[in-house]
Design a protein around this ligand. Structure first.
Ligand SMILES: NC(=O)c1ccc[n+]([C@@H]2O[C@H](COP(=O)([O-])OP(=O)(O)OC[C@H]3O[C@@H](n4cnc5c(N)ncnc54)[C@H](O)[C@@H]3O)[C@@H](O)[C@H]2O)c1
Ligand SMILES: [Zn+2]
Length: 380
C-alpha cells in the first residue's frame, strides 16, 4: 500500500472493468467508494445493482455529469480510478452530446473539483483507449515506419481492405502500435477518450497531482454486458452464438486486434497505483500479441462447442480500423506489467461465467444495432 493511500474512489465501479478494479482494491485492503449512475444500456432499464458488485465497497448511485456528486466523494478519498464513461463507438456518432457530456464534461467536472476544492488526492488514474490511435502503426518496405490515415470509403467499396503507404502508396504491413504513434481518433467516443486522457495528464502535471493514463486495448471477460450490442466484439459474438445466430464478421475478417482479459486490466491499474516512477504518462495496456477477428470468431465457437459458422460479410463500417495491436514495452518498463492470461484460457473463463447466466441476461440485439448503423449510413 503506497504511503497515505487508503481510501479510493472508483467512478464507473459498477461496470465491467471498474468492478474488477474494485475487487482487487478490496482484496488488497483498501476502502472503496463507487460512483456509478447505473446506465440503463449497461445495467438494464430497472437499473438494478449488478449481483457481482463487491459488498465491501460503498456504492453511490451518482452521476459524473453532476459536479457536486463528485466533490462529495473526492473529499473522502486519497486516490481516484476514473472509469465511468459511455462506451459505444458507433453509437457515439449519433449521440454526440451524450458521449461528450458523460466522458469529456464528466472528466472536466472531476478536474474542476481537484483544482478548486481542497483534497488529498495522491494519484489519479484515468481509463483511456486504443481507439484514440485510429489506425495502428505500419511498416513500408521502402519508407520504414508509417502512420497511414483511415481507408477511404471508395477504397473499402472496392474491397481493398489493406492499408497503403501515405508516402509511396505501396501496400504496408501492420506493426505493434507504440504510444508515440500520432493520435487520430475517428469517432466521437475516441475523441472523448483522448480528451479524458489529455485533460487529466495536463491538469495533473500543472498542479502536481500524480496522474497516469492507461490506454486499454480490446478488453473481454466475465461481467461484460452481453445484451449491449454497442460494446466489445467478444460480447457481441457470444450473445449471437448463445442465441443460435451466426456471428457476423465485417470485411474479410483478417483485421488484427489485441484482446486482453479484464483481470489483467485491473492488475495494470493496481500497478499504476503503486508505481513510483510512472507518473504523467500514458501507457498501452494490451497483451502485445494479436488475433484476427475471423480467428477470434472461430475460437469462441470452438470454446462454446458450437457447430455454427461465422458469416464473413464483406460489409464494412465507415471509420473502422484495419489493424491495431499494442506495443507494451513502456508498460513493461515503468509499470512492470507483464500479461499472463492467454486468449483461450481467458475465453474459457468467460464461457464458465456465461453458463451460469439466465437467458434474459443474454439478449442478442445485434440486428437492431446493425440496422441503426445502416440507417445512419455508417455501414456499407
Ligand atoms: N471494454 C473495453 O474494451 C474498453 C477498451 C478501452 C477503454 N475502455 C474504457 O474503460 C472504462 C470502463 O469501460 P467498461 O468496458 O467497463 O464499460 P461499462 O459500460 O461496463 O462500464 C462503465 C460504467 O460507467 C457507468 N457510467 C456511464 N456513464 C456514467 C455517468 N455519466 N456517471 C456515472 N457513471 C456512469 C456505467 O453505468 C457503467 O457501470 C471506460 O472508460 C471505457 O471507455 C474500455
Ligand atoms: Zn512507402
Amino acid at each position: 500500500m503506497p504511503l497515505g493511500i487508503e481510501n479510493i474512489l472508483v467512478t464507473g465501479g459498477a461496470g465491467f472493468i471498474g468492478s474488477y478494479i474494485v475487487d482487487l482494491l478490496i482484496e488488497k485492503g483498501y476502502n472503496v467508494i463507487i460512483i456509478d449512475n447505473l446506465e440503463p444500456q449497461v445495467h438494464g432499464n430497472e437499473q438494478t445493482l449488478p449481483d457481482y458488485l463487491n459488498p465491501a465497497a460503498k456504492f453511490r448511485k451518482k452521476d459524473v455529469r453532476v459536479q457536486e456528486d463528485l466533490a462529495e466523494a473526492i473529499a473522502e478519498v486519497d486516490a481516484i480510478f476514473h472509469q465511468a464513461a459511455a462506451v459505444g463507438v458507433g453509437q457515439s456518432m449519433y449521440q454526440v452530446s451524450k458521449y461528450t457530456h458523460s466522458n469529456t464534461l464528466g472528466t472536466a467536472n472531476l478536474l474542476d473539483v481537484l483544482v478548486n476544492k481542497e483534497h488529498n488526492i495522491k494519484k489519479l488514474i484515468v481509463a483511456s483507449s486504443m481507439s484514440i490511435y485510429g489506425e495502428g502503426r505500419y511498416i513500408c518496405e521502402d519508407c520504414g515506419s508509417v502512420s497511414p490515415d483511415l481507408r477511404s470509403t471508395e477504397q473499402m467499396k472496392k474491397k481493398e481492405w489493406e492499408l497503403r503507404c501515405p508516402k509511396c502508396n505501396k501496400l504496408v504491413k501492420p506493426a505493434p502500435t507504440d504510444e508515440e504513434k500520432p493520435l487520430n481518433p475517428t469517432s466521437i467516443y475516441a475523441m472523448s477518450k483522448r480528451h479524458q486522457e489529455e485533460m487529466c495528464l495536463l491538469i495533473g502535471k500543472t498542479y502536481g497531482i500524480p496522474t497516469i493514463a492507461l490506454r486499454y486495448f480490446n478488453v473481454y471477460g466475465p461481467r461484460q454486458a452481453l445484451s449491449n450490442p454497442y460494446t466489445g466484439v467478444v460480447a457481441i459474438f457470444s450473445s449471437r452464438i448463445l442465441n443460435g445466430n451466426q456471428p457476423i464478421v465485417y470485411e474479410d475478417g483478417n483485421m488484427k486486434r489485441d484482446f486482453i482479459h479484464v483481470k489483467e486490466i485491473a492488475r495494470a491499474n493496481l500497478l499504476a497505483l503503486t508505481s513510483n516512477n510512472a507518473d504523467y504518462r500514458a501507457y498501452n495496456i494490451g497483451t502485445g500479441t494479436y488475433v484476427t477477428i475471423k480467428d477470434l470468431a472461430k475460437l469462441i465457437l470452438e470454446i462454446y462447442n458450437s457447430n455454427i459458422s461465422p458469416v464473413i460479410s464483406d460489409k464494412f463500417r465507415i471509420g473502422d480500423v484495419r489493424h491495431c495491436y499494442a506495443d507494451i514495452s513502456l508498460a513493461k518498463k515503468y509499470l512492470e506489467f507483464t500479461p499472463k492470461i492467454k486468449l483461450t484460457e481467458g475465453l474459457r473463463s468467460l464461457l464458465q461465467w456465461v453458463s451460469g447466466l439466465d437467458k434474459g441476461q443474454i439478449v442478442d440485439k445485434f440486428d437492431t444495432a446493425d440496422e441503426e448503423l445502416k440507417k445512419k449510413g455508417l455501414t456499407v
